[in-house]
Ligand binder design. Structure first.
Ligand code: SF4
Length: 434
């Protein structure tokens, strides 16, 4: 693949569709441009694969296992939430059957609506002010984008195109933000980037090229949208559109030999996954950003402190014991968090029987608890009023019964009460709101 060409002049007219072949004229455009995420049913025996799965496995196989095999969810990431809302707005802008395109206000509204679907915590922000900053930044980005391209929006060939292709025992999934058709079976894939900067991601480029060119559905779509029968679809370019700076970065089609080398690597990774090889590869970068560090026995909590696994074959018992220990630690930590949140809820209860959130309601139960610290003094009261036999046994429960028994003389009950310390225990019963 040739070196990337950085296009600093993203404002050129018709960037999203310049020189595109025209759609059939007269009458309605034959297909909607928005591709619903309808996926082909998984066939038995195929390994479900994608560019992100491969990247994660190559970063650390154990991290891959935590995420895709054990299905332990990662923490929400604010930068994904931000990117998703921008993508959603872009999708809204172009998902029309025919012009006119939505106005700027509608575009901003689409962003706002998507942004509002989750709280700042659910989006992965720690601080609401930081979330608000990003929200304002997103609005500004979209306004700039709209102004830059206003009057030149073009209908794309496909939007949010999601497909799965069977190849070499794999079921490989890709999702393309936008696809432009250039005629004669050639397409340009557009990927919106919202991070600080744009880096060439050769693996993504190679994976998308390989899969798009194998995908029979793309050929059919060219025929149905443009009425052009093509023997195959070929990637002309991949275009990264950096929304914050409105700059475009284009990458030419990779040579077939380059794709061949890449595909060997893909098959190597797939073989290791099928062979259940999940040996960790700790390192400063991958461990620092890993959500599973608390579960992982190969992470010791600090930079440069990751222990590489022993070179000998993994001992399954050791692995299970360590995993058990890691999970227990995580559980202890979660229990501590639960107790902390419970105490905060109780501090707000103020006599209420239940408190509601958006998704859950907690019923608040209260029970009295008694404690007698001075055992000798209690025995003294029992002897003084000849209650020892009545108590049957010197248990906490029996003493509390005596204290509340109207048949016991009031002076005795009063003396017992003076020895008693009362507290309340709260019990929260959780119910999901429907
Ligand atoms: S903490 Fe490090 S070694 Fe452990 S799973 Fe994460 S990246 Fe891998």
């Amino acid at each position: 693949m040739k070196k990337p060409r950085k296009n600093e002049n993203a404002a050129e007219p018709g960037l999203f569709g310049a020189g595109l072949p025209s759609r059939p004229s007269g009458g309605e455009i034959p297909v909607p441009q928005f591709e619903s995420p309808r996926l082909k049913k998984k066939s038995t025996g195929l390994l479900s694969f994608s560019y992100s799965k491969m990247s994660l496995y190559e970063e650390c196989p154990l991290k891959y296992k935590f995420k895709y095999i054990d299905k332990i969810k990662e923490e929400p990431k604010y930068y994904f939430a931000f990117g998703n809302s921008i993508h959603h707005a872009m999708e809204f802008l172009y998902a029309v059957k025919a012009p006119p395109f939505p106005g700027m206000d509608e575009l901003l509204e689409a962003f706002k609506k998507d942004w509002g679907l989750k709280s700042y915590l659910e989006k992965g922000y720690k601080d609401p002010l930081r979330a608000e900053e990003d929200y304002q930044k997103g609005l500004e980005m979209l306004k700039n984008y709209y102004r830059r391209h206003e009057g030149r929006f073009k209908l794309p060939f496909l939007l949010e195109y999601s497909t799965e292709v069977e190849v070499d025992g794999l079921l490989v999934r890709i999702i393309a933000d936008k696809i432009e058709y250039q005629g004669k079976g050639e397409i340009v894939l557009v990927d919106y980037k919202t991070g600080k900067d744009v880096k060439r991601q050769p693996d993504q480029l190679h994976m998308y090229q390989k899969i798009c060119e194998l995908d029979p559905r793309l050929r059919e779509r060219v025929d149905s949208v443009y009425g052009e029968k093509v023997s195959g679809v070929r990637i002309k370019q991949m275009l990264y559109y950096h929304v914050p700076t409105l700059k475009e970065y284009t990458f030419d089609r990779a040579e077939d030999a380059e794709i061949g080398v890449f595909w060997e690597r893909v098959l190597g990774v797939a073989d290791k996954i099928r062979g259940l090889k999940y040996d960790p590869t700790p390192g400063e970068r991958q461990c620092a950003w890993c959500d599973y560090k608390k579960l992982c026995p190969h992470y010791y909590g600090g930079r440069n402190q990751c222990a590489a696994p022993a070179p000998s074959a993994a001992d399954p018992v050791e692995e299970l014991v360590d995993r058990y220990g890691g999970l227990r630690e995580k559980m202890d930590e979660l229990n501590a968090q639960i107790e902390d949140v419970k105490a905060k809820i109780i501090s707000f209860a103020d006599g209420a029987d239940s408190l509601g959130g958006k998704k859950y309601t907690v019923g608040i139960g209260r029970k009295e608890m008694w404690k007698f610290s001075n055992r000798e003094a209690v025995i003294g009261v029992l002897n003084e009023f000849d209650l020892y036999r009545k108590a049957l046994d010197l248990t906490l429960k029996n003493i509390v019964l005596l204290m509340n028994d109207p048949a016991v003389p009031e002076p005795a009950r009063e003396k017992l009460r003076r020895q008693a310390e009362k507290s309340h225990v709260f019990d929260l019963q959780l119910k999901k709101n429907y």
